[in-house]
Design a protein. Sequence first.
Length: 318
Amino acid sequence: MTDIMTRRQTETAAETPDDGIILGPNQYGKAEVRVVKVTRDGDRHSIEDLNVTSQLRGDFEAAHLDGDNGHVVATDTQKNTVFSFARDGIGSPEAFLLRLSDHFTSSFDWVEGGRWLAESYAWDRIQVDGEGHDHSFVRSGQETRTAVVVAEGAERHIIAGLKGLTVLKTTQSGFVGFPKDRYTSLKETTDRILATDVSARWRYAQDADARDLDFNEIYADVKRILLEEFTRQYSAALQATLFDMGRAVLAAHPEIAEIRFSMPNKHHFVVDLEPYGLDNPNEVFFASDRSYGLIEAAVTREGQAEVASAWEAVSSFC
Ligand SMILES: O=c1[nH]c(=O)c2[nH]c(=O)[nH]c2[nH]1
């Protein structure tokens, strides 16, 4: 450690040993800035609750090779910027991240892009005597909303999403017709529980109007469609249900270019109650937490160009 520090402090880039070792892709910033914005409209308050990550990409070679921090916008500064921007309101996670991306890429010449991520947590008003309270809230227990903005020069990729949307249906799901080999023990069924935690991310088409979309309204509608489509028809497999959910979202929202899913198949096994002298007509299940099937896919439009760099900002499918 001491040797490395001494070398970095004394060598210039020109003196860096020509050993063929170079710096690869890099990004840095502040992860998980927890910002809560209270908007005070008289006595009636509202809150926005975000977990924001800011990461810059650009010319940061000297910082890595020479210990020269002349280009390093401190991660502390990035955190402070998040809080300061929240002072003017958040609006939607996507709009907030777009503002941050525009700020960093326009304020520092060497910042060529970056990625900004947010999770946002929903709060409901506490109901008192049938009325939503002015300033007291209860965390709503459903999914976590997610957003990502990837900047590459002037381009912006906007990916919205959700995770942890746990859904279950007690019938209208089956799994038959799969190949059988010597290792197959699974019985075919046309009546099983189907349960999953939906993770989905959808990328907005990159046209000039993308910035003006009502991201909150679209979010609510996509969630509605996902839930309705999960239950709308018989599920021949989680794969088929995933595709139906994606297709319905794309059909209803031309502004969305593609949607990706990661969905565990949360198996519910019928318990054999015969040893206890009982029948079990699909009523008592063992909810297994592992292992689980993991079904992942993108649903996209024919002819749609792949935008791999946008998806690199998020791991795997989601
Ligand atoms: O919906 C399902 N898809 C599968 O690929 C699969 N595999 C399995 O064992 N059960 C199921 N269920």
